[in-house]
Design a protein around this ligand. Structure first.
Ligand code: AHG
Ligand code: MN
Ligand code: MN
Ligand code: MN
Length: 291
């Protein structure tokens, strides 16, 4: 664990405090990746082998987010169960390291935060805020709260400065990125993909946060679709689909699991998976029309 003073964000505004903890932890997470690329013998609730970086980033965020007065619950993609953090009214969820398989190939990764005003597992329509950090050539953070989406550059000391305010999806979409293996796509998704490829430019980086940041920047659609082998898709609703759906919908876009907005999807299990479709509303509606 870094010996730097752990960031605390004393504030009675738990959402602002959670944003501050994630922003100020980002340079430390980024700085700690190089030596933590190896696999542990641990597996998470989704059955994935955990990298040392997954576990380390998760411990660091759990310690700091549960220390926030208003946070009463914490849950993570890397932990089986919800952590009781006292009697705060909010529940914080993290995907501590999104796209951690990109660590091997040194490509972009992210950290995803959700803040719910309900006990977990909770539907996306109980989110009061969400954010993600993108560990790209520079470290940026996107926050969404009360309908306002803001993009920041995060400095090495964890301070941040807004570089884009009131972020909205560009009118004319230009990019798409679809996960899963093409032969494993269902016919109805493959048909949709064929239609889109004539209109948009393929850019797929293998980490949801990198791919979503492209859609927020250039407009378009990101999907990790239903698969023949996995009709429920790969991504986790609580930790990935909901917070990113909240951010994209706050930026004027649409989100869907094929039937309905991700934010209205029923959440039975903390680690339940969901197909994820996100981006310009018209592109998401065209997909829903097929499902
Ligand atoms: P995580 O590293 O948090 O498990 O997330 C990985 C996810 C997501 O970031 C990305 O969209 C998807 O897995 C990529 O899956 P493939 O490697 O199958 O493309
Ligand atoms: Mn994982
Ligand atoms: Mn992820
Ligand atoms: Mn992850």
């Amino acid at each position: 664990m870094s010996d730097a003073e752990p960031p605390t964000a004393e504030s009675d505004d738990a959402v602002a405090a959670a944003f501050e903890v994630v922003a100020r932890s980002a340079p430390q997470i980024r700085g700690g990746l190089a030596g933590r690329r190896g696999k542990t013998d641990g597996r998470n609730a989704s059955g994935e082998t955990q990298l040392a970086a997954d576990v380390w980033a998760d411990d660091l965020l759990e310690e700091r987010l549960t220390a926030i007065e208003g946070v009463g619950q914490f849950a993570s993609e890397e932990r089986d169960d919800v952590v009781d953090a006292g009697d705060g009214e909010y529940a914080a969820t993290v995907d501590p390291l999104d796209g951690s398989s990109n660590l091997q190939s040194n490509n972009s990764m992210g950290t995803i935060l959700g803040v719910y005003d309900a006990d977990l597992p909770a539907p996306g329509n109980r989110l009061v805020a969400a954010a993600y950090v993108l560990y790209g050539p520079i470290t940026t953070m996107v926050t969404a709260r009360e309908g306002e989406v803001t993009e920041y550059v995060v400095e090495n000391d964890g301070s941040r400065r807004a570089v884009r305010e009131d972020v909205t999806l560009p009118e004319d979409p230009t990019v798409y990125g679809f996960g899963g293996r093409v032969p494993d796509w269902t016919d109805r998704f493959a048909d949709y993909a064929r239609e889109i490829e004539d209109e948009l430019k393929l850019r797929y980086g293998g980490a949801m946060i990198g791919d979503v940041n492209q859609v927020l920047t250039y407009g378009g659609v990101f999907a990790y679709p239903e698969l023949q082998s996995r009709p429920e898709g790969k991504l986790r609703l609580q930790f990935e689909g909901n917070p990113i759906g909240y951010i994209v919908e706050s930026a004027g876009g649409g989100s869907s699991d094929g039937e309905t907005s991700l934010l209205d999807a029923e959440v039975e299990e903390l680690h339940q998976r969901t197909p994820v479709y996100l981006g310009n509303e018209a592109l998401v509606e065209r997909l829903e029309a097929r499902f």
